[in-house]
Write a protein that binds this ligand. Structure first.
Ligand code: AMP
Length: 436
């Protein structure tokens, strides 16, 4: 199927061509025709599958096709499309996509989200926008101030509905939905389909078309997934080794906590590997600067928490490292989806400590298979005796004090469950870390 087969307007096709898209991926082939007809849609798909274009292209077409809605008193176009997304980053990306695909249509798009001043957002709203992309909290805030009106919304999209519910946005969603006109087209995308999302979908969608794409990463042959058994103390050295490999071009490192993300980024910086952390404690502008530097390759390693990384669209991420195995198996699916995007190949490696084995098991249950095991590479200090940082010994900073926690004071392990066999010629007792 070609983009020209969908019946999209010529100005939209021109923008699609300019974006370099030649073939629609399966999600777009299955979604666009239904949305063009005005059907409601329930899509189970992750980011990276071409989801944004799948709804943005037909929406832009329909807005053009159906002409303009009644202008408000100041002759400004009202909001005709509302897209809700859980995070600022995702809202921003969706807004950029609408602007880029709709650049020849004359339709205006703006984004609103919290964590920044509302002044610019209110100014854009006052000038009039047809397409509004918002996070629920700030939207409800502006609605409460009488600064956003939704009575002319024709199409309502909820992206990453599962994450919005996880983040506790349900009360805000209810307020938004109550402010929408009854007659409208609805689109709901979710990476996973827990009962809470299904129940939301039942309330919102009318006779929807249901589409499901690549529900589990095992259906993603483009991503090579493996696990490396390493203790907490070994993980810093292991990560540094992986990141120094020539094949590791650009990497996401996931940690469970914000504090953990900061710590890993600091450790990498000290080891001479440019890295930055991105998480919810950072201001929006700091997050955007970090992301921009990563996208421009000024830093090649982004250490992120799940929430911050959700929906981030960065091409050419060669590796995803699960520095901590996620507690929730579905989070694993989201994390590894940061690589292998837009048809590229990717590598996802999980570092698993003995305490994380149970989480690994639930990931493997979800995947329906066990992950390949990577042996610990040569040069990683043995589990029990590691007390030093992964900074090479010849480095002037090798005496840093915030080295990975020492085993001192812990009871000796009775039985080694981990593979230290991969320590190579230096043997498991080898403590020196070699820069490769
Ligand atoms: P998304 O799932 O919307 O986050 O999109 C993932 C990536 O795929 C983005 O970088 C898009 O620019 C890209 N993309 C979307 N549709 C196509 C297409 N038809 N051909 C090539 N790349 C695409």
């Amino acid at each position: 199927m070609q983009f020209s087969d969908f019946g999209l307007s010529s100005v939209i096709l021109r923008a699609v061509e300019a974006a370099g898209y030649s073939v629609p991926p399966p999600l777009q082939s299955q979604t666009i025709p239904h949305l063009m007809q005005g059907r409601d849609l329930l899509g189970c798909a992750q980011t990276g599958t071409g989801k944004t274009a799948a709804f943005a292209l037909p929406i832009l077409h329909r807005l053009q096709d159906t002409g303009s809605a009644p202008q408000n008193s100041a002759s400004r176009p009202p909001v005709r499309v509302l897209v809700l997304a859980p995070t600022r980053e995702l809202a921003s990306q969706i807004c950029q996509s609408f602007s880029s695909y709709g650049k020849h249509t004359g339709l205006r798009t703006t984004e609103i989200y919290g964590g920044v001043s509302q002044v610019g957002q209110v100014r854009a709203l006052r000038q009039g926008v047809e397409i509004l992309v918002a996070t629920p909290g700030r939207l409800v805030d502006l609605m409460g101030q009488g600064l956003v009106r939704l009575e002319h919304v024709e199409i309502f999209v909820m992206d990453e509905a599962d994450r919005m519910l996880d983040m506790g946005f349900l009360p805000d969603l209810r307020k938004v939905i109550a402010a929408l006109p009854k007659k409208r087209q609805n689109v709901l995308f979710s990476a996973t389909m827990p009962a809470s999302v299904e129940s939301l979908a039942c309330k919102i969608l009318q006779d929807p078309v249901a589409i499901r794409i690549a529900a589990t990463p095992s259906a993603e042959p483009r991503i090579r997934q493996s696990v490396c058994f390493a203790t907490k103390q070994q993980k810093p050295a292991l990560l540094a080794q992986w990141l120094r490999r020539e094949t590791t071009m650009r990497a996401f490192v996931f940690t469970r906590t914000k504090h953990g993300a900061d710590r890993v980024a600091r450790q990498l910086e000290r080891a001479g590997i440019p890295a930055e952390a991105i998480h919810g404690n950072k201001t929006q502008s700091a997050r955007q600067r970090t992301l921009a530097r990563f996208k421009m390759n000024h830093t090649s390693v982004l250490v992120a928490t799940d929430l911050a990384a959700r929906g981030l669209d960065v091409d050419s991420v060669s590796h995803v490292f699960n520095y901590d195995v996620p507690v929730d198996a579905e989070t694993y699916v989201h994390r590894i989806g940061r690589t292998g995007r837009a048809g590229a190949e990717g590598i996802a490696v999980s570092f698993c400590d003995p305490d994380e084995r149970k989480y690994l098991r639930s990931v493997e249950r979800l995947l329906g298979r066990t992950l390949d095991v990577e042996a610990l590479p040569e040069g990683i200090p043995a589990a029990e005796r590691t007390t030093e940082s992964f900074v090479p010994r010849d480095s002037t900073r090798s005496t840093r004090t915030d080295a990975p926690a020492s085993n001192a004071g812990r009871p000796p392990r009775k039985k080694r469950r981990f593979q230290n066999a991969g320590n190579g010629p230096g043997g498991p007792g080898r403590r020196r870390y070699n820069r490769d």
